[in-house]
Design a binder for this molecule. Structure first.
Ligand SMILES: [Fe+2]
Length: 249
């Protein structure tokens, strides 16, 4: 799990994070104190499409209730923030940053997650749909099986709620793959980081079906990983990976 940042670093990150989000939207209209509003992106498949690995009940609740709640909360907080900015009320602005980070993270993470899943047996759910990514995975981990074992170990090592990610990290002309975990709804939005594949490790993602069988969920998720999306994110830019957010405005 990533280390705990200082309060100052956290605040700076919140402010820059909410600025990044806002800059992707229409500008604030201070006269009316309006703020950008997000909407729930539709799933690219039916709620029962990931059966038997992820139940229809989980998918429907997860998408239409959990994800929607993050969006509703985010929209309300962005409105409050816009009003606070308009009123030059710095304390009110600071008071909403934690909530904005949490709920925006929830919106970002779930939007990415839905797209990196696909029905089992579909061409997208086979690693052959990601030839360049698999080549790089083999360079780093030796083979696909070892990579999956490392990824699963990271997922099962998460304490409490969080996410596991395969991330492309770009530093200058160099790029490398890394497995990282994030706490709660912290998104992967660091400089040069492109989230290639994410797995939701909150209990709401599996508990209704797998109960305490977290290891079985982690094992079965590989049957419904969308390798085509992973390949596109691996070959693409940060903006490409996050384009689903722009589309949902
Ligand atoms: Fe979730």
């Amino acid at each position: 799990m990533r280390g705990t940042p200082t309060v100052t670093a956290l605040l700076a990150s919140f402010l820059s994070f909410s600025h990044t989000l806002a800059s992707e939207q229409q500008p604030f209209e201070f006269g009316e104190m309006s703020a950008p509003q997000y909407t729930l992106p539709p799933l690219p498949y039916a709620y029962d499409a990931l059966e038997p690995h992820i139940s229809s009940q989980i998918m429907e609740l997860h998408h239409s209730k959990h994800h929607q709640t993050y969006i509703t909360n985010l929209n309300n907080l962005l409105r409050t923030q816009a009003e606070a900015v308009h009123a030059s009320d710095i304390t009110a602005q600071v008071s909403v940053q934690q909530g904005i980070k949490f709920n925006a993270g929830g919106h970002i993470n779930h939007s990415l997650f839905w797209q990196n899943l696909a029905p089992a047996g579909s061409p997208e759910a086979k690693s052959g749909a990601a030839p360049e990514l698999v080549k790089e995975i083999e360079k780093v981990w030796g083979d696909e099986k070892t990579f999956k074992e490392a990824f699963n170990a990271a997922l099962l090592g998460i304490q409490g709620s969080g996410w596991g990610w395969l991330v492309k990290v770009e530093t200058g002309k160099e790029q490398r793959l890394a497995i990282v975990t994030t706490k709660d709804q912290d998104p992967v939005v660091g400089k040069g980081e492109v989230p290639v594949l994410g797995v939701d490790m909150w209990e709401h993602a599996y508990y209704l079906q797998y109960l305490n069988g977290k290891a079985a969920y982690v094992q079965n998720i590989w049957n419904v990983v969308n390798w085509k999306t992973a390949e596109e994110r691996f070959l693409g830019s940060r903006a490409d990976a996050f384009k689903v957010l722009k589309a949902s405005i």
